[in-house]
Design a protein around this ligand. Structure first.
Ligand code: COA
Length: 663
């Protein structure tokens, strides 16, 4: 875990020191990082140059004294309380008084560890998941004495690292392990009872939770003893329901992985799936009763950390609350524990669980509205739009709010409109609903644009399609150097319908708008600033202050398109002069300019009908009042979503290259 955390921090630009007990162990950690990075180059996740720079940011040492000037330490020694306490005592002695000491413990209390230091207010839990450079989830845990500003900073740091933080109270196992362990041990108990073999139980789990590996295969990969250790710790804290079944102990004693052979028996799949669901759902609801986590964070934890298709609460909604309550009741009765209130009340009132997809936090007179669907990169769907409308109206009418910031949670700003929503409705032949969604999205963006209070987009990561359109409706856009922006629509068979063909031209003119929309080219923050698409780029640590400053300046909505900078003149004039069809079929003559040649070659992979409509909308809308331009965009929504190319493009979900036929 330690080397993975160090690797991730260095990848995201931080200088890191990897510490271990002796030089040999340090060297082993560095070799592990080296191997993972080289692997990343082979798999085209990193470029060789990047890897050199990442390695250059990582030092190794076995001397604690080398940590005298660091800002943050993340302790990730093996799970032994006394060893961990000793590490904290030593860190407390050598580190600067203002340094933050974090623990990656999965099973001990942050407060207990903090007690072995003289600075409990600067101790925090940061619980990463394997592999920490790949798994985005991190549980951020405050101990009893943790300073509240430190908690906010630690949260922001995770965001800067591209992580998805969830907040857990300082309770053993935090959120995810607490419901995951009983899920694993329930699987072992089913095996112990002789009700099914490992293959059948794994298959039931895969189907119910939409996962790639069932509990037994997963334990074999992550280590069966780790499951036993976690169950032992949780069992000690919370009683028999969490304890390890005898068969799990026996398996660890045998030193063997679980045997995964045997054929799948299809008869009990449903019952087994429901038993596993009951275990996870019982604990999830109990966690909310105990204020360990919220329903949102519990589900995000399951989806991002464990890659479950649905978190426990969404699963309960999906099963139907009556059915979910009956299953959980059977589980609770078996363990002689109470039915969790959180579930019992919802089931009694037949009120499905509701998720907070837009958070609203007011600080220093600024209301920050954060889209909270990090597992889907904050893609906009009907529920997000509905909650956004409400949160925005509240902020706009709140006399204590001077301005509004719009942000995304996790690693992205907003990765566009929800493609799955589009696919579902095309399949259901329900294009009216797509039109209604687009109309409502446009109205929301118009409300943002015409809001008398300043509204600023805060882009710290990826902004695609509807995400860029949302930002363009704001009065100003501030981004970090890591932000990236693109209009991928014509590459998935559609055109930008939430103002992208209209507001973009009002900022950067028709030529560069066509370049971006026809090519789907991703641009970084600096380039976006250079062409005038955004207003400011600041380092991550200054982002919130910059948003406040922009709000204080009261940016206006009146914009004249900026002319393209010298670096982009050729792109702008070329794309403005050629109609998309000529760009698409390669009939336009090309000057000898490598960037232009590359840009035009990208157009040939796009959907021709989408290109044609986008081109027309950009040209026709440029001289119209914005409302009329937006109406034009709406006028072709059903037409474009009815094409075969739209269905082809959208159903790839960004995971394979679509083949367009111009139909
Ligand atoms: N709509 C719905 N779901 C989306 C989404 C969107 N616009 N963008 C991302 N997601 C989902 C992904 O499907 C994935 O879900 P899964 O875990 O159930 O498979 C999840 O968000 C995480 O995305 P992932 O692809 O794992 O992240 P990544 O960093 O590897 O890749 C993208 C990110 C943006 C390149 C890729 O997700 C993508 O191409 N998305 C579509 C973007 C788009 O075309 N937007 C315009 C829509 S009009």
């Amino acid at each position: 875990m330690g080397s993975g955390i160090a690797q991730k921090m260095a990848t995201e630009g931080f200088a890191v020191t990897l510490v271990d007990l002796d030089d040999e162990k340090v060297a082993r950690g560095l070799t592990t990082i080296e191997r993972t990075l080289s692997d990343g180059v082979e798999r085209k996740i990193f470029r060789a140059d990047d890897v050199g720079a990442i390695r250059g940011r990582i030092a190794g040492t076995s001397r604690f004294e080398d940590l005298s000037d660091v800002d943050l330490v993340v302790e990730a020694v093996f799970e032994d309380l006394e060893v961990k306490k000793d590490v904290f005592r030593r860190l407390d002695q050598v580190c600067r008084a203002d340094a933050v000491l974090a623990t990656n413990t999965s099973s001990y209390s942050v407060t207990d560890l903090a007690a072995s230091t003289t600075r409990p207010e600067r101790v925090i839990g940061l619980h990463y998941f394997f592999h920490p450079a790949k798994n985005r989830l991190v549980e951020v845990v405050a101990g009893k004495a943790t300073d509240s500003q430190l908690l906010r900073d630690a949260w922001r740091l995770q965001e800067a690292l591209g992580k998805t933080p969830i907040a857990s109270s300082d309770s053993y196992g935090f959120i995810v392990n607490r419901f995951f362990l009983p899920w694993l041990t329930e699987a072992v108990r089913i095996l112990e009872e002789g009700a099914a073999n490992t293959a059948t139980i794994d298959e039931a789990a895969k189907r119910t939770f939409g996962i790639g590996m069932g509990p037994f295969e997963l334990m074999n990969v992550t280590g069966v003893p780790i499951a036993l250790h976690a169950a032992t710790t949780l069992g000690r804290a919370f009683g028999p329901l969490y304890e390890a079944p005898a068969l799990l102990r026996a398996q660890v004693e045998s030193g063997q992985p679980w045997p995964l052979t045997g054929t799948v028996n299809h008869d009990p799949l449903l019952v087994i799936g429901e038993r596993l669901a009951a275990a996870a759902c019982y604990v999830a609801a109990a966690l909310v009763d105990e204020n360990v986590g919220t329903i949102d964070d519990t589900d995000i934890g399951a989806r991002v950390g464990l890659r479950w298709r649905r978190g426990p609460f969404e699963l309960m909604n999906h099963l139907g609350l009556d059915r979910a309550a009956a299953l959980v009741k059977t589980f609770a009765d078996r363990w002689r524990v109470d039915m969790p209130r959180t579930l019992a009340e919802r089931a009694r009132d037949a009120r499905p669980f509701k998720f907070t997809l837009v958070r609203s936090d007011v600080a220093n007179g600024v209301a920050t509205l954060t889209i909270n669907r990090p597992d889907a990169l904050n893609a906009l769907n009907e529920e997000v739009v509905s909650q956004f409308e409400e949160a925005f109206a509240n902020a706009a009418s709140d006399p204590t709010v001077k301005g509004i910031a719009i942000a995304g949670s996790g690693k992205a700003f907003v990765a566009g409109a929800d493609i799955r929503f589009f696919v579902r409705n095309i399949e259901a032949k329900n294009l009216d609903r797509i039109l209604a969604f687009t109309e409502r999205g446009q109205a929301l963006m118009r409300a943002i644009e015409t809001c008398p209070k300043p509204v600023v987009a805060r882009i710290h990561g990826l902004a695609l399609g509807g995400g860029v359109e949302l930002a363009l409706a704001c009065h100003a856009i501030v981004a970090t150097p890591k932000a990236s922006l693109a209009f991928p629509e014509t590459g998935i068979g559609i055109y930008p319908g939430l103002g992208g063909t209209q507001r973009t031209t009002r900022r950067i003119g028709t030529g560069l708008t066509k370049w971006l929309v026809f090519t789907g080219q991703t641009i970084g923050a600096e380039e976006a600033l250079a062409i005038g698409l955004i207003d400011r780029v600041v380092p991550y640590e200054n982002l919130d202050a910059a948003v406040e400053e922009m709000i204080a300046r009261k940016p206006g909505t009146d914009r004249r398109p900026r002319s393209a900078p010298d670096t982009h003149q050729l792109l702008a004039t070329y794309f403005d002069r050629h109609d998309p069809e000529a760009l698409w079929n390669g009939s336009a003559t090309l000057p000898e300019d490598q960037r232009l040649i590359k840009a035009v070659s990208r157009v040939s992979a796009k959907a021709p009908i989408a290109l044609r409509l986008a081109g027309e909308l950009i040209d026709r809308g440029a001289s119209l009042p914005i409302e009329e331009g937006l109406r034009l965009e709406l006028a072709h929504v059903q037409e474009i979503f009815a094409t075969k190319d739209a269905y082809e493009g959208l159903s790839t979900l960004g995971k394979r290259t679509p083949v367009f036929k111009g139909q």
